[in-house]
Design a protein around this ligand. Sequence first.
Ligand SMILES: Nc1ncnc2c1ncn2[C@@H]1O[C@H](COP(=O)(O)OP(=O)(O)OP(=O)(O)O)[C@@H](O)[C@H]1O
Length: 310
Amino acid sequence: MDQAVLTVHKLCKSFKRTPIIEDISFEVNKGEIMAILGPNGAGKSTTIRNIMGIMYPDEGEITFHQYGKAIPKHRIGYLPEERGLYKKVTVMDILLYFADLKDYPMNKARERATYYLNKFGLEGKEKVKVEELSKGMGQKVQFIASIIHEPDLLILDEPFSGLDPVSQDVFKQEISTLANSGMAILLSSHQMNMVEELCDRLLLIHKGQRVVSGTMGEIKQQYANYKCVIRGNNELTTLQYIDGVVRVEGSEQSATLYLEQDVHIPSWLPLLPRELDIQELVIDRISLHEIFVDIATDKKLMKVGDDDAQ
Ligand SMILES: Nc1ncnc2c1ncn2[C@@H]1O[C@H](COP(=O)(O)OP(=O)(O)OP(=O)(O)O)[C@@H](O)[C@H]1O
């Protein structure tokens, strides 16, 4: 049975009477990685800031199950979108400071700080001032600061932005390890590949509204239709009129045919005209990235408001 750590219920928030978040609901369970996805300006950070009590919802409820409505600051870790640490302080001092803010024992904090600094390739940086770190190093220190006190719930606003691919992988692995140890994790991102590989469930919002939500498996099954890439010299209009094709993108040399939902591939393949020039043919499901782009660019009419995916 899933154990909910955080529930957001029918959250609404407007700025100057303009609705920014409309009726957003989701849960984050123990040991689970939940992602809020959405294009720039979708309302991801606003949702997180309402959870963190940085701003207040106009409507809706936020519940921290074991702790009720009050934000259990000692049990939450938070990596804000606005990065920044006190510049003149050393790395170890800043980490101990954050632990102290959460009343975490100093000896344990020092141990954990050393462990994570080593893990993130920052060994020997304990006495270096924050201002001397590179941007990525600073982000790693800030990440450590968010988990130093062993929170039950970790909220990461765009954790991968500004990191090189190696550091992204280090973060990804660590987030996964933390979830396996029982932490409930909510993260926002627009890096689809990361979310696809890392997260158990996701909520895709667009213009402040839920567009898609569910487990990765449910979302792929429901929205990730097949696509067929054909390399060869073919007229795009010929391809467009093949049964089961929703739209065609690409060039006459390499075209991508997006297929209708529920197309049965063995039945569809014989529908390809015999005169097609096929040098290469690949059939695959569309990726989360493509689902996201389709929605963000309003290419596909998604089922807004369907409750069966959650
Ligand atoms: N304090 C504020 N006052 C007025 N409008 C705001 C405020 N904060 C956010 N907004 C608006 O709310 C919308 C959502 O912003 P938000 O930062 O939540 O988006 P986001 O999904 O996190 O985007 P990004 O991926 O670009 O960080 C935007 O249109 C933004 O301009």
